[in-house]
Design a protein around this ligand. Structure first.
Ligand code: ABU
Length: 439
């Protein structure tokens, strides 16, 4: 445990918490190269500077080895599958969550139409379609485009007020697409949506998938880390019923970019889908167990080693250390929400009970506080948030992302994903919003 707290302190210390972001940045020649490990950088899902992971990345670079053959991954990946609840299966590292999602869809199509690999579109009896929530990551649309389905065949399922997919709507849309002669093959649920951090109801979605015999993929690129916490894991109840799952340790788990994994319940599908049997790399008569050569399971050839830093971090922290890490992020988020609720005149929430560490809010400057709600105020609020973000960037003291969503005008999405964040950073953030947002 001493080691754990030492690591936490080292993470924080090296980000110079006594200095502002602008001082940190001006110490570097390129202002655009933001140090995402600063505890006041709340802009992205992947941030923080974990020292063991950094050591792993340095060692990986020093070894300069490729990942297509005899890699170190199996132990860590098997452990991740156990945590998901897959009894066996297969896993692979991919360059980011978008490509992990693409792998899941490729394997799902392969399971349904194995002849596609050889015959391509000629193997399909009609138009395939897939389903994902309106708030899911844009990579699902990209997957439909890249796989030749067309974005029209990536059907967006409505969400509830918290941003969670509505299973009854999914069922209705699957039936509607069948009635139009389409062939549904995949449903993607999201565990931790990008903006609101919502967790789709996995059991209910699994029921719909079983009813219609559809591949059930979970995009847990962002939220997957909750599986490591007894306090948070319930948000992904039913995950063991999925067929595949994307999980990015470079997000909630704090591993340095990039480290994205995709897991499959059924073993053998990945290799059968992607294998091309290049003899110069994947000889079957090597003097070691060639099952360690994972390169023919993927569509890349050269691959960066993204697993070593995760393996090293897991050796250092253990499951218990990761659980503490995740719980810390959620505790900090609860503290932030609690503090903001003390000032209902200044902060308006999109969702005041966030399911993940995304806190979505509007900062209301002085002059709008007495204005009646209505379209004019709505418009002004949406215009003010980017101005405030501009001031943050100029001051260099804070970084929080903003975006519009559905009919909502621009709002801030604060992310706590760095273990270096402390209550004092949150207190600072709230004071700084007041200072920069004075109007
Ligand atoms: N899915 C990529 C990360 C998005 C974000 O940091 O906001």
């Amino acid at each position: 445990m001493r080691l754990e707290s030492e690591i936490y302190d080292a993470d924080r210390a090296q980000m110079l918490p006594d200095k502002s972001l602008s001082q940190v940045i001006s110490a570097h020649s390129n202002p655009a190269s933001f140090l995402t490990g600063h505890p006041r950088f709340m802009n992205q899902l992947s941030c923080g500077m974990e020292v063991v992971s950094l050591a792993g990345e340095w060692l990986t670079a020093a070894a300069n080895t490729n990942m297509f053959t005899f890699e170190i991954a199996p132990v860590t990946m098997r452990h991740m599958r156990e945590i998901i609840g897959y009894k066996q299966g297969d896993s692979i590292l991919a360059p980011g969550g978008s490509i992990s999602n693409l792998y899941a869809a490729l394997v799902a199509r392969h399971k349904m139409f194995p002849e596609y690999k050889k015959k391509g579109l000629r193997a399909l009896p009609g138009e395939l379609c897939m389903f994902t929530s309106l708030h899911s990551h844009y990579s699902m649309m990209g997957t439909a485009a890249a796989m030749g389905l067309g974005t029209d065949n990536c059907i967006e399922v409505p969400v509830d007020e918290k941003g969670r997919m509505i299973p009854a709507e999914l069922d209705r849309l699957v039936q509607e697409s069948k009635a139009k002669g389409k062939i549904p093959f995949l449903v993607c649920a999201t565990a931790g949506t990008t903006v609101m951090g919502a967790f789709d109801p996995l059991h209910a979605i699994a029921d719909v998938c079983e009813k219609h015999k559809l591949w059930f993929h979970v995009d847990a690129a962002w939220g997957g880390g909750v599986l490591l916490s007894k306090n948070q894991r319930h948000k992904m109840a039913g995950v063991e019923r999925s067929d595949s799952l994307t999980w990015n340790p470079h997000k909630l788990m704090g591993v340095l970019l990039q480290c994205s994994t995709v897991h499959f319940k059924e073993d053998g599908l990945l290799i059968s889908c992607n294998q091309m049997c290049a003899d110069y790399l994947f000889q079957q008569d090597k003097p070691y167990d060639v099952n360690y050569d994972t390169g023919d399971k993927v569509i890349q050839c050269g691959r960066h080693n993204d697993i070593f830093k995760l393996w090293l971090m897991w050796r250092s922290k253990g499951d218990e250390g990761f659980e503490k890490h995740i719980d810390h992020l959620f505790e900090m988020t609860e503290y932030l929400v609690r503090r903001m609720k003390q000032h209902p005149d200044k902060f308006e929430f999109l969702n005041d009970e966030p399911e993940c560490t995304n806190v979505c809010f509007w900062y209301v400057p002085h002059r709008l506080r007495s204005m009646k709600p209505g379209p004019e105020r709505h418009k002004l609020l949406g215009e003010i948030q980017p101005i405030l973000k501009g001031r943050m960037m100029t001051a260099g003291t804070l970084m929080i992302g903003y975006q519009p969503l559905d009919h909502h005008p621009n709002f801030f999405r604060n992310i706590i994903s760095s273990q270096a964040v402390r209550r004092e950073d949150i207190d600072f953030m709230l004071e700084e919003l007041d200072r920069l947002g004075y109007d």
